[in-house]
Design a protein around this ligand. Sequence first.
Ligand code: NAP
Length: 334
Amino acid sequence: MTAAVNRQILLIETPKGKLASEHFRLAEAAVPAPKAGEVLLRTRYISLDAANRAWMQGATYRSALEGGQVMAGGALAEVVESGVPHLAAGDLVFADTGWQDYAVLPGKRLAKLPRLEPVTHLLSVYGIAGLTAYFGLLKCGRPRPGETVVVSAAAGSVGSLVGQIAKIKGCHVVGIAGGREKCAWLTGELGFDAALDYKAAPLFKTLKEAAPKGIDVYFDNVGGDILEACLFQMNLKGRIACCGAVSQYDGAPSAHGPRGVPGLIVVKRLTLQGFVVMDYDDERDQALADLQSWVASGKLRVREDIVDGLEQLPRALIGLLAGDNRGKRMVKVA
Ligand SMILES: NC(=O)c1ccc[n+]([C@@H]2O[C@H](COP(=O)([O-])OP(=O)(O)OC[C@H]3O[C@@H](n4cnc5c(N)ncnc54)[C@H](OP(=O)(O)O)[C@@H]3O)[C@@H](O)[C@H]2O)c1
């Protein structure tokens, strides 16, 4: 055993309004001991996801978080002690460890990850973010060369990959992000054709200029007003990949939904398809092979936003919801 103490970040209570550091507390517990069939894991990098906040609102594809628990979250973790034959000390896995140094989990659900450098890519482009971008765009958006693809939260972990994959597929790509610097990064470094700062000007006008032929595919990470603005610009038989609704996660839900629902969906014969990345687990190997070849050839650039120290987790999540991050945010624990 390398340490006698397991630092944990507890969610004290689920927030009624905006998430704040007061909702969390640092605690210490004993390092748990694995039983037969279990594995003791040391967390190395904890993934920060907008969904962490959505889990506090109620049951989603997982049960709702409750106060008094170790805050939930996925992590890249290293096996310390293994009670299962397919894992050995030193192996890396992706696991639902929660926000703590050590976790004991049943071994049967854990799969050994390949060793690659940098290992953080296992959480970003070869992790949930990359697979979400890949499947959401290609399976739900189904872009064709020459079409216009718009993506929101475009400078975030999923969005920054969606836009680049759409460029690889020969599309005209417009990103929507908060702030001039993020927008300049999208067009200057990631090759987006246009980027719109939704905080600076109303999207109804700027979207028309950036997508003069209308929108064929909208990859929706945010919902709310941005979804509404895109709905009005959608082309006939356009596709909307409903990936998430980060504008609705932190604080009181909006009193009304986007205008144009369902009228515009009917008139424009739109397809709105919700998905969860696990839906496509069967096609994971092909997705990873494509992502790896695009990264290797330099067509897909990976941006990681790494915050140092377990105690920074609450601040890092609150910051992600406020748009502090560029690319995939994670916290280095060990
Ligand atoms: N369906 C799935 O399987 C799946 C899997 C993973 C993630 N997701 C979804 O993917 C989306 C992105 O999540 P992520 O974890 O990768 O986070 P992320 O995009 O790296 O970070 C969240 C970003 O959302 C933007 N944002 C925050 N509030 C906003 C608002 N009111 N309006 C517009 N943009 C806002 C911020 O950027 P700005 O500075 O641009 O505002 C922030 O950087 C989320 O909706 C998440 O739920 C879905």
